[in-house]
Ligand binder design. Structure first.
Ligand code: CP
Ligand code: NVA
Length: 334
């Protein structure tokens, strides 16, 4: 038996606030069940003949392949469409593109720049739309992060997650709300010029208070990580911000996740994991980071046994599958 909430049928996920706290946690549970199902060798037909359009304006390894494999695994298919393949936003408006795709596909997953694009797709396509990252937020990522924390700690409530780095990017924004919804204490460690939007912090604080947790912003990472169970970082320069590279590298050096920060949690060698949504600039000599050395995380931490980044990457697939199944599967089949 799979966890099935009929309230999630035909629903879009444009931002985490679209789901109640309980609905979000039910999705994580369903993803765990679907992971066990795949591990047991089942390739079922929960999404038989469901067709999903994957519209990508920005690059992707994890989201694109998760979104594609998740539907194929259960008997459906996906069409990958970059902005060079279709007229979206060029010859044809988002509204018209949405109305066309909605006549052919059962759902649309979008990755791109403006949050307004994913919102328009949802408004005009008439089918469920899932946000695979915009400049503002990255909600499907956080489902995988919570799932990975659940796998490692057995429960989410009462854990503390410290996010270190660019405190106002898409991942940081969604993580703040996701932690608050799950009752996880959230500490955002970031320079004064990269602090999260005050309105978002206020919203997250109100949600956290309901769930017995807290949301705090620190400029001093050594203070913010105290007592953390999860150290989390992301790239210092997000897609679309490439012109800010020199400035960010200078600003964020003191926010690198390294052994010193691990020790400062007070949980080293015990109740601590490291997460990163990836891709990461650690000290991979095959990459451009060979010029700069490790950026947001050292190899020592990235390659440590407590680093769960590849479980987290795998969980992207199971959580996106949970979204598809909740929205599109025939409940009689579950
Ligand atoms: N974490 C994540 O979204 O990775 P991709 O950019 O590879 O999809
Ligand atoms: N903040 C990063 C996340 C990548 C998954 C970006 O937007 O590039």
């Amino acid at each position: 038996m799979l966890t099935w909430n009929p309230q999630l049928h035909n629903r879009s996920l444009l931002r985490l606030g679209d789901f109640t706290d309980e609905e979000m946690l039910q999705l994580v549970k369903l993803a765990e069940e679907l992971k066990a199902r795949r591990r047991a060798g089942v390739r079922g037909d929960l999404l038989y003949r469901r067709h999903i359009a994957l519209i990508f304006e920005k690059s992707s390894t994890r989201t694109r392949n998760s979104a594609s494999i998740a539907v194929r695994d259960e008997g459906g298919d996906a069409e990958f469409l970059t902005k060079n393949d279709i007229h979206l936003g060029g010859k044809e408006s988002v509204k018209d593109t949405a109305r066309v795709l909605g006549r052919m596909f059962d759902g649309i997953l979008f990755r791109g720049f403006a949050q307004s694009t994913v919102e328009q797709l949802a408004r005009w396509s008439g089918v469920p739309v899932w946000n695979g990252l915009t400049d503002e937020c990255h909600p499907t990522q956080i489902l995988a992060d919570l799932m990975t924390m659940q796998e490692n700690f057995g429960e989410l409530k009462g854990l503390k997650l410290a996010y270190i780095g660019d405190g106002r990017n898409n991942v940081a924004n969604s993580l703040m709300l996701g932690c608050a919804k799950a009752g996880v204490h959230y500490a955002n460690c970031t320079p004064a010029s990269l602090m999260p939007d005050e309105g978002l912090v206020a919203t997250a604080r109100a949600v956290a208070a309901k769930n017995g947790s807290t949301v705090n912003v620190y400029n001093d990472p050594l203070e913010g990580v105290k007592g953390a169970n999860v150290l989390y970082t992301d790239v210092w320069v997000s897609m679309g911000e490439e012109d800010k590279k020199a400035e960010r590298l200078a600003l964020l050096r003191p926010y690198q996740v390294n052994e010193r920060l691990v020790d400062a949690t007070g949980n080293a060698g015990g109740k601590l994991i490291f997460l990163h949504c990836l891709p990461a600039f650690h000290d991979d000599q095959t990459l451009a980071s060979a010029e700069t050395g490790a950026l947001e995380v050292t190899d020592e931490v990235f390659e440590a046994p407590f680093s769960k980044v590849f479980d987290e990457a795998e969980n992207r697939m199971h959580t996106i599958k949970a979204l598809y199944v909740s929205s599109l599967a025939d409940c009689a089949a579950l």
